[in-house]
Design a protein around this ligand. Structure first.
Ligand code: F6R
Length: 248
């Protein structure tokens, strides 16, 4: 996997934001939509900040942008502070001119018996939009991308999953107490992510160094779902010097 190392996360995030902006502008010039797969969590926050700046100060428009988020906790109401709906509006959507109907985030409020059908529809909506031009990813310490925890297969699709114990521990900071973290989530599958034409994986900080080393240099296995990215032809791994410290 090609890795680009920046001294600071800030610089890496700005680089990623400019890649997204270039894609959006290129598609705009062709009269087409840019279909973006988006992530939540701490990793993409700097990217979204730079995109907001580009919108405010350099006229970058999101009128032609269609987004599909990777995941959402289940169950989860959209107005809860920990929801990924809340996160995306606060961190990006409320500050740019994206048409609300272009935004897609898995619905954490559905009754369980509707979830399977809903996940199939999420896949279809991505296809009908023309497929993902670019998927943005963070990585969890379990090796998850989206919430594809160890054991997730290469061809897995959007579905309801159980969160790993380590993921729940890492999420506890957002929920005050570990026991308040939902045990499950809706997530795009590894297969959904692998269909994106281009993928950017970001990792910042030494907490990600070990799993990044396994992802980039380890063998491809569902024990580290992010390692499947080695089989994708168009992946960029963007990291800071701290996340890169275990790479040989
Ligand atoms: C979030 C997501 C997760 C995170 C990962 C890293 O939508 O899909 O895979 O990207 O858990 O989280 P942070 O960036 O908070 O370290």
């Amino acid at each position: 996997l090609p890795v680009t190392i920046f001294d600071e996360a800030r610089d890496g995030a700005i680089h990623v934001a400019h890649e997204l902006a270039d894609l959006i502008r290129r598609k705009q010039a062709q009269g087409e939509k840019a279909v973006l797969g988006l992530a939540t969590g701490s990793s993409p926050i700097g990217v979204y900040q730079e995109l907001i700046r580009l919108h405010r100060e350099e006229g970058l428009s999101f009128r032609n942008v269609v987004t599909f988020n990777l995941d959402e906790y289940y169950p989860m109401k959209p107005d809860e502070l920990q929801s990924y709906v809340y996160f995306m509006h606060e961190q990006l959507f409320d500050h740019v001119d994206i048409p609300p109907e272009n935004i897609h985030i898995p619905d954490g409020t559905l009754p369980i018996e509707q979830v399977k059908m809903y996940c199939q529809q999420y896949e279809q909506q991505i296809e009908q939009a023309g497929g993902l031009d670019l998927q943005l990813l963070g990585i969890g310490r379990t090796g998850h991308i989206g919430f594809n925890e160890p054991g997730s297969g290469l061809t897995s699709a959007t579905r309801l999953v159980k969160l790993d114990a380590l993921t729940i521990t890492d999420a506890a900071k957002d929920f005050i107490k570990e026991e308040f973290v939902p045990l499950r989530a809706l997530t795009m599958g590894v297969g959904t992510i692998m269909k994106a034409r281009k993928i950017i994986l970001m990792a910042w900080g030494e907490g990600k160094a070990k799993i990044l080393q396994q992802t980039v240099e380890g063998h491809v296995s569902d024990e580290v779902p992010a390692s499947f990215l080695q089989q994708h032809p168009q992946v960029q791994v963007i990291v800071d010097q701290w996340a890169a410290q275990e790479l040989t």
